[in-house]
Write a protein that binds this ligand. Structure first.
Ligand SMILES: [Zn+2]
Length: 145
């Protein structure tokens, strides 16, 4: 699936993500935009965007879903928040990986599921609110037509 993301869109997203990365002080991180769409087995529809990391490297892999490019449902102000949201996650990724390691070696079954759900849900809520607030302070993202 080569060039799912148009080169002009890729360039705009990469430049914006780079600006946000530096503005948020994530200087040691490298963010790579993958061409693959987003996926989530537990969600009803694929997320607008997602970012994934490993526990050892400051390397993040970002994906944007088809919904990201939908002008009607997802205008530029929402795209701005989405991109800030994904970059912001990087501040919490090592804490998330450390939590997972501790949780998996000390919990099982329902307790493990509940702990992971609670931790992830609270990070998600915080990242979402912070992204919303930061979107009014950072330059807006504009998807080239
Ligand atoms: Zn998120």
């Amino acid at each position: 699936m080569a060039n799912r993301i148009k080169p002009v869109h890729r360039k705009a997203i990469e430049e914006y993500v780079e600006k946000v990365r530096v503005a948020l002080g994530l200087l040691e991180w490298r963010i790579v935009l993958l061409d693959e769409p987003t996926e989530d087995d537990e969600a009803v529809e694929p997320p607008t965007a997602q970012i994934s990391t490993t526990e050892t490297h400051h390397l993040a892999l970002m994906r944007v879903g088809d919904r990201f490019f939908d002008d009607d449902g997802n205008p530029d102000n929402l795209r701005t928040e989405t991109l800030i949201h994904e970059v912001l996650h990087l501040h919490f990724e090592f804490a998330w990986h450390a939590f997972l390691e501790v949780a998996h070696s000390n919990l099982a079954g329902q307790a493990l599921g509940l702990a992971k759900y609670s931790y992830r849900t609270n990070i998600e809520r915080g990242v979402d609110q912070l992204a919303h607030a930061l979107a009014s302070m950072l330059p807006p993202f504009k998807l080239p037509k």
